[in-house]
Design a protein. Structure first.
Length: 200
């Protein structure tokens, strides 16, 4: 179908819709066409319809070949650089027909992208607005523990037990703030609350 034929068919479809609905969907002039308030309302709902149609096409493609397709994953930058990248690497080797798209940002924007279907799933902590949304289902991948890590040459590495008081004069390197589910763990590192000096 040529561009002229497609334009003619589109104009006819819109005209048919206007006749069925009894309202004008487009305001046309010599400069082009703009949607009316009725056209804008139909367009808004139409985006949802096309989104569902796109998801349906993806479902059919998956049913035809479960080892091919696209997966859009949202996660934090910290997880993207560690756990998620390792999982994607392993899956890519096993299923070369799957293309992975990774979106990395803070939790709240990722939550909005999940709601908008811009991503298929999130790999993140179950906390905040995500934990409160009863529409979401969760599968726990692992439980992580917070530990103190010292270099091999540090005298603390040879100690079987280390108390917080033993660390007061040590220099620290801390993960990004988003890595902490419980922000109270950072309390000792805040200025004025301790002599521990965080180093980033």
């Amino acid at each position: 179908m040529s561009q002229v034929d497609f334009g003619h068919q589109l104009s006819k479809t819109i005209a048919d819709l206007e006749q069925v609905l009894g309202v004008r969907l487009l305001e046309r002039d010599r400069h082009g066409a703009e949607p009316t308030i009725y056209g804008a309302a139909l367009l808004k709902r139409g985006l949802t319809v096309f989104d569902e149609l796109r998801e349906g096409v993806k479902d059919i493609a998956y049913l035809r070949d479960p080892a091919a397709g696209e997966v859009r994953i949202g996660c934090s930058l910290l997880l993207a650089a560690t756990f998620v990248s390792a999982v994607i690497d392993r899956l890519s080797r096993r299923y070369p027909g799957i293309r992975f798209h990774l979106a990395t940002t803070q939790v709240e924007p990722l939550y909005r992208e999940l709601a908008d279907r811009s991503v298929d799933l999130l790999i993140t902590r179950k906390s905040g607005i995500i934990a409160a949304d009863e529409r979401l289902s969760f599968e726990f991948l692992f439980n992580d523990n917070y530990v103190v890590v010292a270099g091999a040459q540090n005298p603390l590495a040879r100690r079987r037990r280390v108390a917080l008081a033993d660390l007061m004069e040590e220099s620290w390197t801390l993960p990004p703030l988003e890595a902490y589910r419980d922000r109270s763990l950072l309390q000792p590192f805040r200025p004025g609350t301790s002599t521990i000096r965080p180093r980033r």
